[in-house]
Every structure is written in C-alpha cells, then in structure tokens.
Write a protein that binds this ligand. Structure first.
Ligand code: URA
Length: 265
C-alpha cells in the first residue's frame, strides 16, 4: 500500500495531508525518515508519524457474486465440485475470501464474499435478523392457511422457524403461461383468473419468501413440510443489498451504499 494511503487509513489525516507530513520529514519507516511519496508499505513495516507508531489497518474486500446452481459455497470440496471461488479471476487468488453464509448446491443468487470475518459474523448473527429475500418456485399451489402457518413459524428439525413473510408473485401452468398475482396476494385463493378445471399438479407457484434466519435448506424444508417441492430457488437480496441484474456466474465489488449498510450492522 502507498505510504500516504497507509497514513490516511490509520486515521491520521487525509491522503493529501499525509503527503505534506511525509515531505516535511515527519514520517519514519523502519527507523528511517522517508520523503519518497511512492514508498510502498507492507505488513511487516514499522511506520512512525511524529514519533507515534501507526497501526496497520487491513483493507478488506467485499464482493457480491451471482452463484449459479451446481456450484458449492465452501472454499474446497472433497468431491472436486466447482466452488464459488473458482468463478473469480486470478487477481483474488492471494486474498482469503470466503462466502458469508451458504446457498445450497441447487440454489442460485446473491452471495457475499469477503475476507472480513467481523463483518461476516455480524451479518450472520441471529441477533441482527438481517432479512434474506428469495424467489421460490414450488410444484402445485399453496393455500392461504398454509402460507399463514409458514409465516407464523413451523417446526423444522425440532426447532420453530422465526416469523417470515411470503407473497405470491404468480402462478404458471406447464406451458409457462403466467397468471400474475395481485400485489398483495398471499396464496392461490387470491388468483381469480385461473381456470377452475386446471389441475393443481399442472401448476407451479412463484413466491417471494423473506426469512431472517439462515438455517440449512430452510426455504426448501419449509415448503416440504406441506409436501410442496421447491423446483427453483434464488436469493435476490440480503438486507439492503440486492442482486439486481448481475448475470449468473459473475461478480462485482460492493458499492459505498452497500458497504455503509454492512457497517451500520
Ligand atoms: N433456503 C434453502 O432452502 N436453500 C438455501 O440455499 C437458502 C435458503
């Protein structure tokens, strides 16, 4: 890292003021006064400014990636399957990036990658109840009482799920004709346009599911409790961070608004 950036990161001054400090001979690196602005500082270097030792503040990396189905979130896999880190370019090889939480093998969508363990712990901590938004496609339809039970919490693996929100986005038949749901629709009971003769097994329901936990395969298990198979699952948001139009298998750095959301946690 450039010396002026290092001084600024340590909270001493702006980068420009740091240059003035360097040029006026107030900065020592490993015991020697340094006036060369292009000086690079590494992990082991000892930097003093006005006689005070500065702490090395690590710069973290924060990325979002659109995880495709068929890719795993762990950093390595004994079965040799592709991992999310395999989707990143070589320039990230020397960073110790890891996925914040997990998406299962068959689930796609928004995944955060970072080397900031503190931030990851805060984001995943149950106390903060950061909402995670998913779009799920299930076989058949689901009724209003069933949705209400899911929203209130059901027992999965012996533990009750926290309250969640579910909205019906639409219902489609096998020819992919879509019946879009009314904005406040919760369940099939709210779609009047459907032909009464159409069989439940010939339909797929598209739902938005917002949960505040990150339990293993939670969304799939929630619907399985009512014998509905989830045939497609995609995470579209984590708190205020949205996947938007990021293409499958690609990544981008988080912007300042997104970073501020993480810092507020
Ligand atoms: N719920 C699931 O079923 N799978 C995920 O990957 C995340 C939430």
């Amino acid at each position: 890292m450039r010396i002026n950036k290092y001084i600024a990161q340590a909270g001493v001054s702006s980068r420009r003021k740091a240059e003035e400090l360097i040029l006026s001979g107030k900065v020592k690196v490993n015991g020697n006064i340094v006036k060369e602005l292009a000086t690079e500082i590494g992990r082991g270097d000892i930097v003093l400014c006005d006689g005070v030792r500065l702490e090395y503040k690590q710069e973290h990396t924060y990325l979002m990636i659109h995880k495709p189905k068929g890719v795993i979130c762990s950093n390595s896999d004994e079965k040799g399957r592709k991992t999310v880190l395999d989707l990143l370019p070589k320039k990230f090889d020397d960073k110790r990036l890891f996925a914040v939480g997990r998406l299962d093998y068959d689930t796609e969508g928004l995944l955060l990658l970072t080397d900031d363990g503190d931030m990851s712990n805060r984001l995943m901590h149950p106390r903060f109840e950061v909402p995670k938004t998913y779009v799920a496609k299930i076989e058949g339809t689901i009724t209003l009482p069933e949705i209400k039970r899911l929203e209130d919490g059901i027992i999965i693996d012996g533990v009750k799920t926290k309250k969640c929100k579910i909205n019906l986005l639409g219902v489609e038949n096998k020819t992919q004709e879509l019946y879009t749901a009314h904005p406040n629709a919760k369940a099939i009971d709210h779609i009047s346009a459907l032909d009464d003769n159409i069989k439940d097994k010939d339909l797929l329901s598209r739902l938005e599911v917002i949960i505040v936990e990150g339990r293993n395969r939670q969304v799939r298990k929630m619907f399985e409790t009512f014998n509905r198979q989830v045939v497609f699952l995609k995470r579209t948001a984590i708190g205020e961070i949205k996947l938007g139009g990021l293409s499958r298998g690609t990544y981008r750095e988080l912007n300042n608004t997104e970073l501020n959301f993480l810092k507020k946690l």
